[in-house]
Design a protein around this ligand. Structure first.
Ligand code: WTA
Length: 648
């Protein structure tokens, strides 16, 4: 049995959910009266502009509708409704790469978001339902732009700044966006980097729906300018009025799109709703991070990922707390940067990815001890399983053995946390996501819906709809149904498959064991192997490629490609690797580069031609091959590949 870390009693006494009894009281209420459970929170947390008439409409499952016909506005929920009591409280603390700091109060946030909304509306005609692409660095204007979209009812689609022009163009085209908001660039590790040129390249290749590009100045580097299309935020913003009435939105109006990888080559535009999303963002913020008055919350994600959406912007602001936004990287100028920020801004909750913890541990084991981290109460992790050594260092050295660690399991599609400890309630087992949050009905099952026995790996599923769940894949409802719901039904109702494996132990604790599909997790970033293989097809000399994840000390997983050349012996491994990476950089972005490749004479295939990836995964991990290889077209290939990989 693993060690148990009980909540600190001093802390638990005032916690939002102060005990396992309190947890079970909430969870049992949800099980007994699901609609009543959600109604209670929706009425308490959301400022409704018009009441809803039904909590949950399942008539068109899995196209669920929550809080039907209710009206609200997310920028009101995050800003306006706080102004009576919090106008002078910091909403955002921004720290730039070079250490420049800006405090933005709720009052100032209101002014800037209203002006930005007026700019979008008056100068570019942005209105309810329009799609707005953001290709932005981590600067406050990115937050203003997100909130300005929600104020107008426009649907934002943020594209992570590490994606290439090709990837940006594809996302612009899929969403048929009207405008791109970007910046000249920003700073990283003391140096400027550029974004605007990537937008220029994307629009040179396509993206015909784009009418305008709005450019924020950040690093003041020289950029090219397309007259008539490009517009300067800095020159236009002052003239805008700071009053822009917010649009009353329907509960089910789309709030934003966020593209994520799946098991085919084409990324999915995950579509979130207005009411359900903001409700769960706020509730999980309050429960999982145990928010209290005067807290300062820092999530180190980028706004280009769901973690940045929900836990840098929407969750913290809906809950009325102070959120930290950081432009740089936590190891620059040295491995103490993150801890210095925690000290300087009196940070009370710190939320990051295991890959960052491993990096900070490796580059500065004792760094945290040099800073005053005594305000920290809750430490969080997200994005991938955390390994016990990293967990222990986080707990003992960063948290000084007094902070709860919340290992939060969730996805772009779930909108907010699904499975996580509650810091004042849950006795924690290291590196274990523990229990489903109150209101979330999670089960580990086999493909046919039967429960997986204790201690065995099964599919992590959510068997009841929840408010912040994905509503659709933009423009592709059939793919939405197929990708997440399969054929499995429970009590005649569709079951949501996360694509992850999990295990439950004899105490009911859930441990996530990793993806069960062809998605790999590089530094907490989700990348589809099919997407990488589709890009590699652009290399002429390659006949076949098969991409798998390879365990990596810092990144969790790295990308490994098996390559079959059209002409055997035509290229060396080094030549191929650099050619492949050049293509991946162009087609997807620097986050998708291969760590290593192996040139092999063939890949293991069934007689019907299907590549047996499980064998390839086992080989790269150095595992013994346990699968039956007798059904392969050429069983001898397995030994040959094993030998090549071992000797590389
Ligand atoms: C993985 C990030 C283990 C999982 C919020 C999931 C995790 C994918 C955890 C979603 C965790 C996320 N433990 N694995 N605590 N959190 N994952 O969409 O494989 O970028 O399906 O959302 O990350 O990644 P996404």
């Amino acid at each position: 049995m693993s060690e148990i870390y009980n909540p600190n009693p001093e802390f638990a006494k005032d916690a939002a959910i102060p005990s396992m009894d309190a947890y079970w009281a909430l969870q049992n209420k949800a099980i007994e009266d699901y609609d009543g459970f959600w109604k209670g929170f929706a009425d308490e947390k959301i400022e409704w502009l018009a009441p809803y008439d039904k909590v949950l409409d399942e008539s068109d499952a899995p196209f669920y509708k929550w809080f039907t016909n209710g009206k609200l506005n997310v920028s009101n929920q995050c800003i306006d409704r706080h102004l009576d009591t919090k106008a002078d409280q910091n909403a955002i603390i921004f720290e730039g790469d070079k250490g420049d700091v800006e405090h933005i109060t709720y009052g100032q946030l209101s002014t800037r978001v209203n002006k930005m909304a007026n700019l979008l509306k008056n100068e570019f005609g942005v209105k309810k339902g329009d799609r707005v692409v953001l290709y932005m660095p981590m600067i406050p204007e990115a937050a203003y732009a997100m909130l300005a979209c929600t104020r107008l009812g426009a649907i934002h689609s943020i594209v992570f700044g590490g994606f290439s022009s090709e990837a940006l163009k594809d996302r612009i085209e899929d969403a048929e966006a009207k405008i791109v908001i970007t910046a000249d660039g920003a700073f990283r590790k003391g140096k400027p980097y550029m974004l605007k040129n990537v937008v220029d390249d994307a629009l040179a290749q396509g993206g015909k729906s784009i009418e305008a590009v709005l450019v924020v100045k950040r690093n003041n580097e020289e950029i090219t300018w397309v007259e008539g299309r490009d517009h300067s935020y800095n020159e236009m913003i002052d003239a805008q009025s700071d009053v822009c009435p917010f649009e009353p939105m329907d509960s089910e109006d789309p709030l934003f799109l966020l593209y994520t990888s799946g098991s085919t080559g084409k990324p999915k535009g995950v579509q979130h709703s207005t009411a359900g999303y903001i409700l769960w963002a706020q509730m999980t913020m309050e429960w999982v991070f145990d928010l209290r008055k005067d807290d300062v919350f820092w999530c180190t994600a980028d706004i280009g990922w769901i973690t940045g959406h929900t836990y840098i912007i929407y969750g913290p602001l809906a809950a009325g707390t102070t959120t930290v936004m950081f432009e740089g990287v936590p190891t620059y100028p040295d491995a103490g940067r993150a801890w210095k920020m925690v000290q300087d801004h009196n940070i009370t909750q710190f939320y990051t990815a295991p890959t960052a913890i491993r990096l900070l541990h490796k580059t500065g084991e004792d760094e945290p001890k040099k800073y005053d981290l005594s305000k920290l109460r809750v430490l969080g992790t997200v994005g991938e399983p955390i390994d016990p050594p990293a967990w222990k260092w986080y707990y003992e050295v960063v948290g000084n053995s007094k902070c709860a660690i919340v290992d939060t399991y969730w996805q772009t599609e779930t909108g907010g946390h699904m499975i996580s400890p509650l810091p004042g309630a849950t006795p924690i087992k290291p590196a274990c996501a523990t229990f489903a949050l109150p209101g979330i009905i999670a089960e580990i099952i086999e493909e046919d819906g039967t429960p997986t026995p204790v201690g065995e790996k099964g599919f992590m599923c959510i068997t009841r709809p929840w408010p912040s769940m994905i509503r659709n894949i933009w423009g592709d409802p059939e793919r939405f149904k197929k990708a997440y719901f399969g054929d499995c039904k429970k009590d005649e109702k569709p079951v949501y498959f996360t694509g992850d494996g999990a295990m439950i132990d004899e105490d009911g604790y859930i441990t996530i064991t990793g993806r069960t599909d062809d998605v790999i997790n590089v530094s907490g970033h989700r990348i589809g192997t099919a997407e990488i293989e589709a890009a590699i097809k652009n290399v002429d000399s390659i006949a076949v490629s098969a991409v798998v994840g390879k365990p990596h000390e810092i990144k969790g997983e790295g990308i490994f490609a098996y390559i079959v050349l059209k002409v055997e012996g035509s290229h060396s491994t080094d030549e191929m690797k650099s050619e492949i990476n050049a293509v991946l950089k162009k087609e997807i972005g620097a986050i998708a580069l291969c760590d290593a490749i192996s040139i092999v004479p063939d890949v293991p295939k069934t007689r019907s031609g299907k590549i047996m990836r499980r064998i390839l995964r086992s080989i790269v991990k150095g595992e013994e091959i346990t699968q039956d290889t007798s059904t392969l077209e050429d069983p001898s290939i397995v030994g040959i590949i094993e030998k090549i990989v071992k000797e590389a």
